[in-house]
Design a protein around this ligand. Structure first.
Ligand code: EPU
Length: 334
C-alpha cells in the first residue's frame, strides 16, 4: 500500500474538485487488509473511493480516503453457453466491456463508455440503454472493514434496485468490494429496447462492435467528455411518483416522458423536468447544467464546490416548485 498525507483529490474525481484529504491510501492488493486494519486505516472517518466518477467533494476530507487499485480479470468457468469472470475492483469499467467484446461475451455491451471502476458498478447498480449491471452479476466479493470478515454476496443478496444496492444501505461505510463476478452469455443476443439504439442500428449490422460503437455515438451526442468537462454523469436519479400525481401533471405537461416503475408507480425523466424548469444550459460561474442533457451538472473548468452546490440546490428548488417533485442526487456528496 502507499500512504500520502494532505493529498489533493483533483485527479481522483471526474468533477475535478480541487479539495484535499488528510490521508490518501492506495490499496494495491486485497491481502493488505490486515496491515491496513493494524494501521487503523479502517477507523472513521474513512471513505472508499473507486474511479471518483460518481462523487462530488464539497469540502476538504478530514479523514482517510482508501483507493483500491488492484486490477485483473480471471476466467473462473468456461462452458459452452457461459463464461464466468472474476474482476478485481480497480479494473477500469471499459476494460471489462472491451474484454467482453473481444471474447464474444454478451450482456454488458450497452454499458460501454460508463466512467469508473468495476468495483463501483454494483454499488449503484450502474445502468444505461435498457441494461443494468445486476443482470450479469453473479456475486460480489469483499470484506467487512471492522472485522475483516470476507463475504461473497449473490446478486439476490445484493438487493439491487434502480441505482441502488445493499452497499448503499446496510453495508454502506462498512464494506470494501474486492472483486465482482460476472456471468456472461456466449449466445448472441442484444438489448435494443432503447429507442435511439433501435432506430440507429440495423439487424444485418448487429454485432458487439456495432452495438458498442452505436452506444458510444449516442453517449457522445448527449454526455460531456469527462476528459474535457468535469461532471459525474447524471447528477440526479429519475424520480418515481404515484400514478395519480403523474396524471395530474399530464394535464399541465402533456408531453411528460414516463416509464412504468414497480408497484404501479411511474418513473419520470429528471432531465426533462430540469429542462422545463428552465435550467438546461444555465450557468453560475463555471458551474452549470449541461446544454445537451439537463440531468448532468458540469464544471466548465474553474467551478468551486460552492458553485456546483448552488446550481444543484437551485435546480432542486425550481423543479420542486414547478412539479412538486423533490429530486434526489444520484452522485455521492461528501
Ligand atoms: N430529456 C429531456 N431533456 C433533457 C434530458 C432528457 O427532455 O435535457 C428527456 C429525453 O428526451 C428522453 C428522456 O428525458 O425522452 C430520458 O433521457 P435519456 O434517454 O437521455 O436518459 P435519462 O433518463 O436522462 C438515464 C440514466 C443515464 C443513462 C441514460 C440512458 C439515470 C439517472 N440516468 O438518463 O445514466 O445513460 O438513462 O439509458 O437513470 C448515469 O447514471 O450517470 C447516467 C448517465
Amino acid at each position: 500500500m502507499k500512504v500520502y498525507r494532505n493529498h489533493s483529490l483533483k485527479d481522483h474525481n471526474t468533477f475535478g474538485m480541487d479539495v484535499r484529504c488528510a490521508q490518501f491510501v492506495v490499496m494495491e492488493h486485497p491481502d493488505e487488509r490486515e496491515a491496513m486494519s493494524a494501521a487503523h486505516l479502517f477507523e472513521a472517518p474513512f471513505y472508499i473511493l473507486g474511479g471518483g466518477s460518481n462523487i462530488l467533494f464539497t469540502r476538504p476530507y478530514e479523514g482517510t480516503i482508501i483507493h483500491p487499485d488492484f486490477k485483473g480479470i480471471e476466467v473462473m468457468e468456461d462452458s459452452e453457453r457461459h463464461q464466468l469472470i472474476r474482476v478485481a475492483t480497480g479494473e477500469e469499467w471499459d476494460n471489462v466491456i472491451d474484454y467482453c467484446v473481444r471474447h464474444n461475451l454478451y450482456g454488458l455491451e450497452n454499458l460501454v463508455g460508463i466512467p469508473g471502476r468495476a468495483g463501483s458498478a454494483p454499488v449503484q447498480n450502474i445502468g444505461a440503454y435498457g441494461v443494468e449491471v445486476k443482470d450479469c452479476i453473479d456475486r460480489v466479493e469483499g470484506f467487512l472493514t471492522d472485522t475483516l470478515q470476507p463475504f461473497a454476496l449473490s446478486a439476490e443478496q445484493c438487493q439491487f434496485g434502480y441505482r441502488d444496492s445493499i452497499f448503499k444501505h446496510e453495508l454502506k461505510g462498512k464494506s470494501l468490494i474486492t472483486h465482482v463476478w460476472f456471468r456472461l452469455s456466449k449466445e448472441e443476443h442484444y438489448t435494443l429496447t432503447y429507442k435511439a439504439l433501435a432506430n440507429e442500428i440495423t439487424v444485418q449490422d448487429l454485432s458487439l462492435e456495432t452495438v458498442t460503437q452505436c452506444i458510444l455515438r449516442i453517449r457522445n451526442s448527449k454526455l460531456p467528455d469527462i476528459r474535457k468537462i468535469g461532471c459525474a454523469g447524471s447528477f440526479f436519479k429519475n424520480p418515481v411518483v404515484p400514478e395519480n400525481q403523474y396524471h395530474d401533471l399530464l394535464t399541465r405537461f402533456p408531453d411528460l416522458v414516463s416509464y412504468p416503475a414497480a408497484d404501479g408507480m411511474v418513473k419520470l425523466a429528471a432531465g426533462q423536468l430540469i429542462e422545463k424548469a428552465g435550467w438546461k444550459g444555465k450557468r453560475i460561474g463555471d458551474a452549470g447544467v449541461y446544454p445537451l442533457q439537463a440531468l448532468v451538472i458540469v464544471n466548465y473548468g474553474g467551478a468551486s464546490p460552492e458553485e456546483i452546490c448552488q446550481v444543484f440546490q437551485q435546480v432542486i428548488l425550481d423543479v420542486e416548485e414547478l412539479f412538486n417533485i423533490r429530486l434526489t442526487p444520484e452522485v455521492n456528496i461528501l
